[in-house]
Ligand binder design. Sequence first.
Ligand SMILES: CC(C)(COP(=O)(O)OP(=O)(O)OC[C@H]1O[C@@H](n2cnc3c(N)ncnc32)[C@H](O)[C@@H]1OP(=O)(O)O)[C@@H](O)C(=O)NCCC(=O)NCCS
Length: 316
Amino acid sequence: MVKVNNLRNGNLNRNNLVYRQLSSKNIQEVYDLFEGNSAFFSLPFDYFKKGTLDDDGIDFDLSLILYEIEKDKPIAGLLIAIRKISEEKKGFIKAFVVDKNYRRQGIGTLIFDELLKRAKGKGLNQIIYGPAVPNYWQPGVDIRNTSLYFFLKKYRFKSHRAIFNLTVSLDLIKNKPPLKKEGYKYERVQPEDFDMLYDFVKQQFPNNTWAAEVKFSFNFNPPTTFIAKDTNNNMVGWATHSQFYPGSFGPTGVKESLRGKGIGTILFLWCLWDIKQKGLHTSEIMWVDGNTIKFYSKVSGAYISPIFYPMYKKIR
Ligand SMILES: CC(C)(COP(=O)(O)OP(=O)(O)OC[C@H]1O[C@@H](n2cnc3c(N)ncnc32)[C@H](O)[C@@H]1OP(=O)(O)O)[C@@H](O)C(=O)NCCC(=O)NCCS
């Protein structure tokens, strides 16, 4: 427990504030804080836990949960995971929120100054509000989140590009997709194929964390990944959903030599079908680039929304 000593302004009594570490004991109230105060994002509790206590990169000293002692409740929180990327240690902020009733009183500033102070002792090169792959929720600051965007700008965070998610209405999905088409068969991945799929993803996409992301979907019952095989039972493609949060789509991929044959479309439709069976009305396709946006738009009427800015700050 660390006492708070330097509240800049506002009416709060600084002696009444304390940092407490995130743990299995307080995770429910920390979840309630984030869930109740995030304007454009919502997660079920089990996904919140998966992205915090179950994320082996989460840093419990840098993840700051600020409590008002008198009320014995958290009023602000910042969640951060450390990832090592090409020998550099980077701190990824996964979420940051101040309770609505406590905003614009310097609480965010207080927490951030504490974060920067503690980050120095951790050997971090950079702090990023962005995609903490393979275990992340959002690839940056949702630009509708105006207060957060300007808050980070005040701290001289920079942003060089936008990342697009796409939204798809599931009203369009009326029929179950085919189990077989043009020599390829489609099915939900089963445990006996987990290793083959993991190796396939690693081999096809060696330069990113997709294999690890797909592997997370094996923990769901039933698994939320669909695969395509050829007549010799060789893996030719896969698509994963609800790995980041319910209704999220991705990652997906088809063997390079077989692209353009409609395999990716059917895998995508299987995921949308499966999401719809869970009672959701929309799916969000994660982190889509240039021409791929056109593909999804053509196949499913997907449109760009929401838009994120990954924001970066170097630490000296
Ligand atoms: C961003 C946030 C954490 C800032 O916390 P805060 O305690 O209100 O911030 P502070 O009082 O320390 O303000 C610091 C600076 O942030 C910026 N800022 C804060 N609120 C702002 C707003 N509504 N509009 C524009 N800038 C804002 C300003 O630059 C401000 O400095 P100033 O007072 O000198 O102008 C808080 O507004 C918040 O929780 N927003 C919603 C975040 C959210 O939805 N997260 C969900 C994703 S996880």
